[in-house]
Design a protein around this ligand. Structure first.
Ligand SMILES: Cc1cc2nc3c(=O)[nH]c(=O)nc-3n(C[C@H](O)[C@H](O)[C@H](O)COP(=O)(O)OP(=O)(O)OC[C@H]3O[C@@H](n4cnc5c(N)ncnc54)[C@H](O)[C@@H]3O)c2cc1C
Length: 425
């Protein structure tokens, strides 16, 4: 959207038949610091996707353990709405279109010189090749392929393929474009040093739960069901991607949120055990399908980038979302992806890329995550406006606010109001 609005011709390539990837199974927006970040994006001129997630929220201003003022969008309705927006905006959307290879070119680029003034080679991405052999050429590329799976990784670092929304057996594995272009991706780690992390939630079919739980979910958006002592497995908290939910309340209770389905805030829960909990006698997973056994493994493929979202070592490539750091969340993916799309057009125009200042939360998250990635501890940290380490930092730096007017003034102060609406081409 950002690249299109800035005036580029945009083609979007997605390997499955659904856009949004993990956005089809999430739903939580505006919780904790994500509220500030959503308002920052809107003030910067990237309001479209937040317009949709707000419009499709089943519940707003929901509090649940460790989290305040969340909105919960309907995960069943979100994808077609976003797809329509992109198509109506003039973006060419190609689904069932998996990029499997690339063509690069290394040239001596004017302006890149060593200390003796000799021009140094620079690498450019010229085209991507899809699984059906189609070659798509481009002047600039933005990679947002995420960091999840494929099956071999979920087997090596998790409990096997859990049949998640990415549906690798049907649509083929995720392919890292930066790796195909000769770069080495970074892998996140868990506390015990194992690679990757389990996704932290699943979805139960709401109608498989007791009427009382269904009523509570429909009315309040949240239901907290106490577990017996022998049912509590605290170790599961360390497995999670979502450090913002690695709180004791999430081990001692089943926390459900209404996103159309009943979102269960734990990486996996053996079905036999789950069905022993009152109200869950008929419980059934709808995502991941094998949620009784495992969940998807994420953070296996992070590109080295600068704070303008440019991939280091490839001149005309940028990245966003989980590909661009150990980021958790839709808001984080929109924030990074939007900057990448916008800077892709500045690249086309030969303009200096935009770096968002650390005085606004999005700019600070992007630079802080990059800085931390170079530390051993950093590989075990996940970055989200919604909680854990980064939300604490947001509060310490005075960046957290739920007043849209304060955010607007802040964005204006740095002369960034509606910058994403400027047509550059
Ligand atoms: C179960 C679950 C629940 C979650 N709940 C929430 C929540 O409530 N709130 C929240 O904010 N966050 C939530 N998250 C996290 C959030 O969904 C992710 O952090 C975010 O969506 C990541 O977006 P992304 O675009 O970087 O990657 P992804 O969502 O993984 O998208 C990558 C896309 O790229 C495609 N792709 C990969 N390789 C190729 C290729 N070679 N060619 C073409 N296409 C390719 C994939 O098919 C996919 O559609 C949840 C995640 C999971 C797994």
């Amino acid at each position: 959207m950002a690249a299109k609005k800035a005036g580029a011709e945009v083609t979007l390539v997605e390997r499955t038949d659904l856009l949004l990837g993990l956005g089809n199974v999430g739903g939580i927006m505006r919780n904790n610091g994500r509220f500030t970040a959503a308002e920052e994006n809107i003030a910067l001129g990237a309001s479209e996707l937040f317009g949709i997630t707000d419009k499709l929220s089943r519940h707003v201003n929901v509090d649940f353990p460790g989290h305040k003022h969340a909105s919960l969008y309907d995960v069943i309705k979100i994808e077609p709405e976003v797809k329509r927006l992109l198509i109506e905006s003039g973006i060419e959307v190609k689904t069932i279109a998996r990029a499997i290879d690339v063509e690069t070119e290394t040239v001596n680029k004017k302006g890149i010189v060593d200390s003796l003034g000799t021009s140094l080679p620079a690498k450019f991405l010229r085209s991507i090749t899809l699984a059906d052999g189609t070659i798509i050429e481009g002047d600039v590329f933005v990679e947002c392929t995420g960091s999840t799976g494929p099956m071999g990784n979920c087997l090596a670092y998790g409990n096997g393929c859990c049949m998640c929304i990415l549906r690798c057996p049907s649509f083929g594995p995720r392919v890292s474009i930066t790796q195909k272009a000769g770069k080495h991706d970074i892998m996140g780690q868990r506390k015990d040093g194992a690679f990757g992390a389990f996704s932290g939630s699943g979805k139960l079919e709401k109608s498989s739960l007791s009427e009382e739980i269904q009523r509570e979910l429909n009315e309040k958006g949240v239901a907290v069901i106490n577990l017996k002592k022998e049912e509590v497995v605290k170790e599961k908290l360390d497995l999670k991607v979502c450090q913002q939910y690695a709180l004791h309340e999430y081990a001692e209770n089943i926390i459900l949120l209404d996103t159309g389905y009943a979102k269960i805030m734990t990486p996996f829960f053996p079905l036999d055990k789950l069905r022993k909990v009152p109200g869950f006698e008929n419980a059934r997973y709808v995502d991941p399908y094998a949620g009784g056994k495992g969940n998807s493994i994420r953070y296996l493929s992070v590109a080295e980038r600068d704070n303008n979202m440019r991939v280091i070592g490839i001149e005309n490539m940028l990245c966003g979302g989980e590909k661009s750091g150990l980021f958790v969340g839709h808001t984080e993916a929109i924030s990074t992806g939007t900057l990448a799309g916008y800077n892709a057009v500045r690249y086309l125009k030969g303009m200096k890329p935009l770096e968002l200042p650390p005085q606004i939360a999005i700019g600070d998250l992007i630079s802080y995550a990059n800085e931390k990635l170079n530390t051993k501890d950093g590989l075990m940290t996940r970055f989200t406006f919604a909680g854990a380490e980064y939300f604490e930092r947001m509060k310490d730096k005075g960046l957290y606010t739920i007043d849209p007017e304060v955010v607007k003034k802040r964005i204006k102060k740095y002369d960034l109001a509606n910058i994403y609406r400027e047509k550059l081409i």
